[in-house]
Design a protein around this ligand. Sequence first.
Ligand SMILES: *[C@@H]1O[C@H](CO)[C@@H](O)[C@H](O)[C@H]1NC(C)=O
Ligand SMILES: *[C@@H]1O[C@H](CO)[C@@H](O)[C@H](O)[C@H]1NC(C)=O
Ligand SMILES: *[C@@H]1O[C@H](CO)[C@@H](O)[C@H](O)[C@H]1NC(C)=O
Ligand SMILES: *[C@@H]1O[C@H](CO)[C@@H](O)[C@H](O)[C@H]1NC(C)=O
Length: 382
Amino acid sequence: MKLKISSVYFIVKILIILPVTTLFHCFDVWYHYSRTITPSFIRRILMREAFLLGNSEICADVINPVFEYIDSFFLQDYEEIGNCMSEDDYQLIHPRLKIGSPLSVGKQYIITKYVWYSKPSDFDPDNDPVLVFSHGGGFAIKLVPLSFNFLNNLSRYFPRMGIIIHDYTVSVDEDGEHPLNLLETTVLYDYITKDLNCKHVTLVGESAGGNIILGTLQFLQKTGRVLPEKVIVLSPWCNPTYDSSYSDHRRSLAYSINKVMDALSFEGLCTFTKMLTPKSYMYEDDPMLDIESNFDDKTWHKILAKVSLLVVYGTDEILQHEIKDFIKKLDSLPSNNFTLANNVSIDENGGHIEPVLNMTLNLEKWSQEPTIASILDFLKPL
Ligand SMILES: *[C@@H]1O[C@H](CO)[C@@H](O)[C@H](O)[C@H]1NC(C)=O
Ligand SMILES: *[C@@H]1O[C@H](CO)[C@@H](O)[C@H](O)[C@H]1NC(C)=O
Ligand SMILES: *[C@@H]1O[C@H](CO)[C@@H](O)[C@H](O)[C@H]1NC(C)=O
Ligand SMILES: *[C@@H]1O[C@H](CO)[C@@H](O)[C@H](O)[C@H]1NC(C)=O
C-alpha cells in the first residue's frame, strides 16, 4: 500500500490529537452533563472526533482499506452478481438522469457484491428466514468491523437464519453515484427472492444503510415487486442531501446537548453529503433519497400494508429529530398497523447505531439489552 502525504498526516493526527480531544470531550460529558463515562461514550467520541480529523480522501485512502483488511478475517470472499435493469426499473429513474449519467443508455447492467455471513448447511429457502444487512458509513465507508459482534450474536441467537452482508458501491468509488446503491440492493434482492427463492426476507440497514433500505423499499413497491416480510432500520439517515447548516434542528437546544454525546457531528455529516450529492441525477425532490423531507405518502401507505417495519433510534442522537419526523409521517398515514408502541424502538441514552456496536460478548446479557431485545423480538419467526 502506497501512503499519500495526506494519509500520513491523518494517521499522525489520530495518534497525537485524537487522545487529547477525546479526553477533553469525555470530561465535558461527565462534568457538564453528569453522565457516567462508559466505554460507549469513549467509542462514540473517538468515532466522531477521528472523522473530523480527516477529509473526503481519507475514506478512500485510509479508512476503507483498513476496514476491508480487518473485515477479510471475518468474511469469506465477496461474490459478484449482476443483472440488467428491467424496463420498469429504467422508466422509474430515467426522468431524473442528466446527460453524462453513468446509468444512461447502454450501461444498465448492474453488478454488486455480497457474502453469506452465516447460513445453516441445510438452509431451506421456503421456511428459513434470510436477513440482508446494509451497513452504514455515510454512503462512503465500508463495513465497520465493530458490526461483527452484532452479526455473530444475531446468527447464534437465530441459528436457522441466513445472514447476507451487502457490499454496495460506496460514494468514493468510481461511478458510485446515487441511485447506484439502491439499484445494487435491488439486484441482490431479486437474486435472493427469485434465484434463491427465499420466502422470508428481512432487510436491515443502519445509518446510511437504513436510508438505502428505505429507498429500495419504495423502489421495490413502485416497480411492482413482492416486498420483503420485515424491515428494520437503525438510526436511518433520513435526509442525507439536506444542508443541515440552515436547519432549526442544528440551532436547537437539544442539538447543543446531543452533539456532545453522539458519535456523529453535523460537520462530519457535511463531508458525507458532499461526497454523496449526485452530479448527474436530479435528486432534489426524490423521495427515495431524502426520505423524510420528500415523504411519499401514497407509496408508504402501500408499503405498510405489506411490510412489518421497525424503526430504532437513540435519544442521544443528532439525527433523532429527522427520524422522529419520519416516524410521525408514517404514523399519520390513514388506516395502517404502524404504531409507536410496536414499530418504534427507542434506545434510552443511546447514541447513533448503538445496538449494532454493543460489545457485550455474553449472548444472554447481549440479548437482554432493551433495544437489542426489541430487535430480536421483532425478528422472531411468526
Ligand atoms: C395489518 O392489519 C390487518 C388487519 O389486522 C392485517 O390483515 C394485515 O396483515 C396487517 N398488515 C401488516 C403489515 O401487519
Ligand atoms: C408493527 O409491528 C408489529 C409487531 O411487530 C407488526 O406485526 C406489524 O406488521 C408492524 N406494522 C407495520 C405497519 O410495520
Ligand atoms: C451494551 O449495552 C449495555 C446495556 O445497555 C450497556 O450497559 C453497555 O455499556 C453496552 N456496551 C457497549 C460496549 O456498548
Ligand atoms: C457474540 O459475539 C462475540 C464476538 O464475535 C463472541 O465473542 C461471543 O462469543 C458471541 N456470543 C455468543 C454467546 O456467541
